[in-house]
Design a protein around this ligand. Structure first.
Ligand code: 6PG
Length: 244
């Protein structure tokens, strides 16, 4: 099996294991006196991870050294049930002691073009620079059933090579506007983790790892960190079509 893949029985076991790995990475970086920058993924998959982090690590000293960002956000108010920030606030931030200055949400309620520029500046201000670009320590990514990741959808592969840090994107199925970090920023991170669970992701996962022709349309196929770590965390269902 590809060494970049870790497979777990269930989403709950995956979340427990990844939470431990995440806290270990953060702890190691903070021991070097570092502030740690993490870009969170959206959608529903990370909810279990957030709950495990809140339950198991709510009193960890690491949080004061972590600055949370998002890889993408829907252009909705923070109180919307579609807000990626809102999910993280309810399930994680409200339950751990983290200074509010460490939370860098995308202002989904603002004009998308203005916010894309503003957020790009915020990312630049708080992240390290590598290869002349902002470099997150950690980027978490989900995987859409169409192979999208962050808010880079099939048909918008130009967002993978955009010169910008953030771009205004559109969910092609709903027309909903989004703000997303671009592919070059994702690939400039020190560590990129895909978390994908459920049978619905199994075909996409198989197409990507078997390098099927269809995968050339998937933005997720083009996430190849320049000189960083790429790790896929899958549950049995999402990995069910993979061959050893
Ligand atoms: C979003 C995302 C998106 C998500 C995938 C998987 O804002 O929706 O960031 O890329 O990670 O669509 O979504 P699920 O976890 O809900 O399957």
């Amino acid at each position: 099996m590809d060494k970049s893949i870790k497979i777990y029985q269930t989403p709950a076991v995956l979340a427990e294991s990844f939470a431990a790995e995440l806290v270990l990475i953060i702890t190691d970086l903070t021991k070097k006196g570092r502030t740690v920058t993490i870009a969170l993924s959206g959608g529903s998959t990370p909810e279990l991870l957030f709950s495990v982090l809140a339950d198991r690590y709510y009193n960890s000293a690491v949080w004061e050294h972590v600055h949370f960002f998002w890889g993408d956000e829907r252009c909705v108010p923070p109180v919307s049930n579609e807000s990626n920030y809102g999910l993280a606030k309810r399930t994680l931030f409200d339950k751990i002691g983290i200074p509010s200055k460490n939370i860098h949400r995308i202002l989904g309620e603002n004009d998308p073009s203005d916010e894309s520029l503003r957020y790009s500046s915020e990312i630049t201000s708080f992240t390290q620079e590598k290869n002349g670009l902002p470099a997150f320590d950690i980027v978490l990514l989900g995987l859409g059933e169409d192979g999208h990741t962050a808010s880079i959808f099939p048909g918008y592969l130009d967002l993978l090579t955009s010169e910008k840090i953030c771009e205004v994107a559109v969910n092609p199925y709903s027309g909903q506007k989004r703000i997303t970090i671009t592919g070059r920023i994702i690939n400039n991170a020190a560590s990129v983790f895909f978390l994908a669970t459920g049978k619905k992701k199994s075909v996409i996962v198989e197409n990507i790892f078997d390098k099927k022709p269809a995968s050339l349309n998937y933005p997720a196929s083009f996430i190849v960190p320049l000189n960083g770590q790429l790790q896929w965390y899958l549950d049995n269902d999402a990995a069910s079509l993979l061959r050893d």
